[in-house]
Design a protein around this ligand. Sequence first.
Ligand code: ZN
Length: 152
Amino acid sequence: MEFDDLDDLYRDTILDHRRNPRHSDVLENPNTTAKAINPFCGDEIYLQLRFDENGRVSDVGLQGEGCSINQAAGSMLTEALKGKSLDEIEKIDRLYRSMMQGDMLSEDEIEFIGDLGNLVGVRQFPVRIKCAMLTWSALEDAIDDYKKSLSR
Ligand code: ZN
């Protein structure tokens, strides 16, 4: 996918995350981790999450290799996750997915998902939506495992 195909406004934010990925250090003592692979373009990511005693994300680590959209989307997600409860994470997940499926989000909803809203242009490129969703499949696995660990 060529970046020229995306609106300038969105492209700058995506490139910034690509060049300066947030929370890229491996997290020590995570509560849950997950890995996801997209064989189509060689995207690979590894996610770690730590929760505080109130059940909010206190720290997040994300490492990976792959295309720009995958890397930028992952970095944006790590920022969106910080300080969020499980319910809030599920809300971001729902909003982001509905945006990728072509729904319009309200201003409040766009604010809630943060920089992830800059990926709205990716939905014009169906083959790239997988790249933009890869971190989410890892996140969902990590959350499932975390919930299981809580009920043990
Ligand atoms: Zn990709």
